[in-house]
Design a protein around this ligand. Structure first.
Ligand SMILES: Cc1cc2nc3c(=O)[nH]c(=O)nc-3n(C[C@H](O)[C@H](O)[C@H](O)COP(=O)(O)O)c2cc1C
Length: 385
């Protein structure tokens, strides 16, 4: 797009995001240079680990009038101090909440800031930046920048993807995996805000979307539609079973439940927590109607690997309607108390758990079949099956 240049850094080698979720396709930190007839603005910077890449790109930019900070998180804001030091006359443009966070995180002096209101515009001459607050996608201060003359939306983390690639633009079938993984980990807890922010964008003509991670969308409709479905659509006729088994008893119950659900027309996605990728589990949770956690008793409670996943599910708050727990114990346990508390934020209905003492017997397997019956009936009642 004339006058708008993608800058920033592609991070092919980063292994984890938030020191938690694996990045099988890498990621990128996008900055955008917008040159108007009178002024030049840079929108966002890069993770400090890549500051040299951005600085080399800026060798072609003699004068920078504005540096726009859409988001105070360090993977976009961490190189702001270096850019401000290079351009002593540049004004840091952001919203009041982001200013507060930037000062707390990066100690930027007060006199470098200009704060903007929701909807306020900033003229660069023949290009006008309109700032659109997009709160809670995924911090309280996040905002986007709409370039009015070009109908381009720089959407911040909203609508982004974890994907490193050599080209600028997104290909739908290639980007969707990284976009859904990104949504699941970063955006899903804020589903209500996502729907509101999508509504806020509906009046705008948007011909192109430049997110802060991953490739640029030349045909933005598909990512907007995907977000609408992920955040606001109904869950699918699907049960996610994250499980672990030390000696095989819980595994037998998981196998039985998988088969019984398949017989009843319910899709199952299983994750053995000894090897499963947290990002894959998070993606699977996006549209799961039901979660069943499988665990043996370990040191009174559930296996620690299932504690992590129950906590994560509770924190990510997918649109899950039903939950249950299956597993095996030896002599005494508090599995339901512990896991039940962790998944409580889901506000899902707890279907009667099945815990076998030792190796599961016929009665335990019948209880598993009954759980499958209940799940199928619940999905049917909810109009999913
Ligand atoms: C390290 C360890 C700790 C255990 N702690 C408990 C416990 O606190 N309470 C209990 O009822 N069973 C406990 N057990 C027994 C297992 O829960 C039991 O053997 C169960 O059947 C194992 O299921 P699995 O075959 O799916 O691993 C423990 C087993 C192991 C190996």
């Amino acid at each position: 797009m004339p006058g708008i240049t993608l800058m920033g850094a592609v991070d092919w080698d980063r292994k984890l995001f938030d020191s938690l979720i694996p990045l099988p396709e890498g990621t990128s930190y996008n900055a955008y240079l917008v040159r108007g007839s009178e002024k030049t603005a840079l929108v966002d910077t890069v993770d400090p680990a890549k500051v040299d890449v951005l600085m080399a790109q800026l060798d072609t930019v003699q004068r920078l009038d504005y540096l726009v900070a859409q988001h105070a998180e360090q993977d976009h804001s961490g190189s702001i101090p270096a850019v401000l030091a290079r351009y002593p006359g540049a004004v840091l443009v952001t919203n009041p909440k982001a200013k507060e966070l930037l000062q707390e995180h990066l100690d930027i002096p007060d006199d470098r800031f200009k704060t903007v209101a929701d909807g306020e515009t900033l003229s660069l001459g023949n290009k006008t930046l309109r700032f659109i607050y997009l709160p809670w996608v995924h911090w309280p201060e996040t905002m986007g920048t709409y370039i009015e003359e070009d109908h381009v939306l720089l959407s911040c983390d909203f609508l982004g993807s974890h994907r490193a690639q050599s080209g600028v633009f997104a290909e739908r079938h290639i980007v969707m995996h990284g976009a859904k993984r990104y949504y699941a980990e970063i955006m899903m807890p804020f589903r209500g805000f996502i729907v509101k922010n999508l509504d806020k964008l509906t009046g705008l003509q948007i011909d192109m979307i430049g997110p802060s991670h991953g490739p640029v969308y030349k045909e933005p409709a598909f990512i907007l539609d995907a977000y609408r479905e992920w955040a606001g659509g109904p869950p699918h006729n699907k049960v996610v079973i994250p499980f672990i088994s030390m000696h095989g008893s819980t595994l037998k119950m998981v196998d039985r439940l998988t088969a019984a659900l398949a017989d009843r027309g319910v899709t199952v996605e299983r994750f053995d927590l000894t090897t499963a990728d947290l990002g894959d589990i998070a993606m699977s949770l996006v549209d799961a109607a039901t979660i069943v956690i499988g665990t043996p008793a370990v040191l009174t409670g559930p296996h620690p690997k299932t504690i992590e996943i129950a906590y994560l599910a509770g924190a990510l708050r997918p649109k899950t309607k039903f939950v249950s727990i299956i597993g095996s114990f030896g002599w005494g346990q508090r599995i339901i108390d512990v896991l039940g508390g962790l998944i409580a934020p889901l506000k899902a209905e707890l279907l009667t758990p099945v815990l076998a003492k030792g190796d599961p017997r016929a009665a335990d397997m019948q209880a598993i079949d009954a759980l499958a019956d209940t799940i199928a009936a619940k999905h049917h009642e909810a109009g999913l099956l």
